[in-house]
Ligand binder design. Structure first.
Ligand SMILES: Cc1cc2nc3c(=O)[nH]c(=O)nc-3n(C[C@H](O)[C@H](O)[C@H](O)COP(=O)(O)OP(=O)(O)OC[C@H]3O[C@@H](n4cnc5c(N)ncnc54)[C@H](O)[C@@H]3O)c2cc1C
Length: 414
């Protein structure tokens, strides 16, 4: 059986490997000059390829249960065995899994070696322009970009693995979504996910670069979303894992909905506890005749503390004993409930994932086969599933790719 795979990224390579291992004759089309270009950039070049801790909340979309169901059929341990069988040694840190070399390149190399061993025909610099089906046969019109010519390729089955829109210069594009539409699939609007947020308040700008642990609540209209972890103040707004994980809800907010972040820099502590902390620090500093800056030294990174003191109307050099009741209250409130108005997310070039995409109610969760068009398979980020930070998006790519490849293999040898 002839199989065409559009996209030589994570899910496309995984699909091609499983299909070829099962006896399919596979041709893989990749628009870039090399396979897995995005993989090189993952995990800051280390490739956080999966996570040993899987919870249902790690996946988002209109039907995250679809991902959970798929993961039951190709799990994290299936992924690790597959990579181990291919010869990749991995290491784990707090559940996060990386290649032992901590070089993303190793993951691409192992996948490429396996594609070669299985005889997968790889066409690089080959961009799919459109696809269709005639008399039960799939075709893909592709442009061989280096040679400047076009070619029509045919197959019994087609895997769409062309990825989402996230990542700068890594080989993203709309073609995959357009092909899904042409085949009659319903798509939810695509927006950036796992991306930094721009905020309106300017008083935090001098604290750019500061990192602090925080409980973070994002308020979108009437709804609240919560995360916890290290935030990073930036010169345009705010970043850090909890912020990235909340960003999809900002991107999906309706125009009329106001998005506000509430940061508590003393995780788990209530308003009264933080008030008490401020008072204790002040009590200690009266006898020592400290300044305001000195009184709160060590509670937060210096630049962040100075920005919050200033916002509370407190001069850092004034005597701690001179800080009046209103200022103390204001400072405690900035420590425990700093409100930041979100103006927008940064765009797809800075995002690590795409939220939205192909409606998974039209896809079989055990095979990734289209319920509309038998023989058509859709994998990875094209689908309306996005994961949180920590290896969950790549796990989704491995799972969906492997399930498609295995289903194709089964179709050859029922
Ligand atoms: C900077 C960055 C860091 C990330 N880090 C992590 C991480 O550490 N852990 C994690 O789990 N996830 C991470 N992700 C997310 C993860 O990389 C993706 O979710 C995953 O690669 C999606 O797999 P995919 O197969 O759907 O698409 P991709 O891996 O993007 O592959 C799609 C492939 O299709 C090709 N293509 C597109 N259109 C065409 C066409 N018309 N013709 C031919 N080829 C085409 C593309 O060039 C690309 O090679 C990161 C993303 C980014 C941007």
């Amino acid at each position: 059986m002839q199989v065409l795979v559009i996209g030589g990224g994570a899910s496309g390579m995984m699909a091609a490997i499983h299909a070829a291992a099962g006896g399919c004759r596979v041709t893989l089309l990749e628009q870039n000059k090399k396979l897995g270009k995005k993989l090189y950039a993952t995990g800051n070049g280390k490739c956080n390829l999966t996570n040993l801790q899987m919870h249902p909340g790690d996946y988002r979309g209109n039907d995250p249960a679809f991902a959970v169901e798929a993961l039951r059929n190709f799990s994290v341990s299936d992924t690790l065995s597959t990579f181990s069988e291919m010869g990749l040694m991995t290491k784990e840190r707090y559940g996060y899994v990386y290649p032992h070399s901590e070089q993303a390149k190793s993951v691409v190399s192992i996948l490429t070696l396996e594609l070669r061993r299985l005889g997968v025909r790889v066409l690089l610099s080959c961009k799919a322009l459109c696809a269709g089906q005639e008399n039960g046969v799939f075709y893909v019109d592709a442009e061989l970009t280096e040679e400047g010519r076009r070619q029509r390729l045919f197959a019994n089955c087609l895997v769409l693995a062309s990825g989402g829109l996230a990542g700068q210069n890594l080989g993203t594009g709309e073609v995959g979504y357009e092909i899904c539409r042409l085949f009659g699939h319903r798509l939810f609007p695509t927006v950036p996910a796992l991306v930094q947020l721009q905020t309106a308040e300017r008083f935090l700008r001098p604290a750019a670069g500061c990192r602090a642990d925080a409980d973070v609540t994002l308020q979108v209209g009437e709804k609240n979303y919560r995360e916890n972890g290290e935030i990073i103040v930036t010169d345009y707004g705010i970043s850090g894992i909890p912020i990235l994980q909340l960003s999809r809800y900002v991107a999906m907010a309706k125009k009329e909905e106001v998005c506000v972040l509430h940061l508590n820099f003393f995780p788990g502590k209530e308003k009264e506890d933080i008030r008490a902390l401020v008072e204790i620090q002040l009590q200690k500093s009266f006898a020592l005749e400290r300044t305001a800056e000195e009184a709160f030294c060590g509670m937060l990174p210096d630049k962040l503390l100075y920005a919050l003191l200033k916002e509370a109307g407190i001069s850092g050099s004034e005597a701690a004993g001179c800080i009046h009741e209103q200022q103390r209250k204001r400072l405690a409130s900035l420590f425990g409930n700093l409100r930041l108005t979100v103006t927008k997310t940064l765009d797809f070039t800075k995002a690590q994932a795409t939220a939205g995409g192909v409606d998974v109610s039209e896809i079989h969760p055990h095979t990734m086969e289209s319920r509309r068009i038998p023989g058509l398979y859709i994998t990875g980020e094209l689908l309306d599933i996005d994961g949180t930070c920590g290896g969950y998006n790549l796990q989704w790519a491995w799972t969906s790719g492997a399930l498609a490849g295995k289903a194709l293999a089964k179709a050859v040898k029922p």
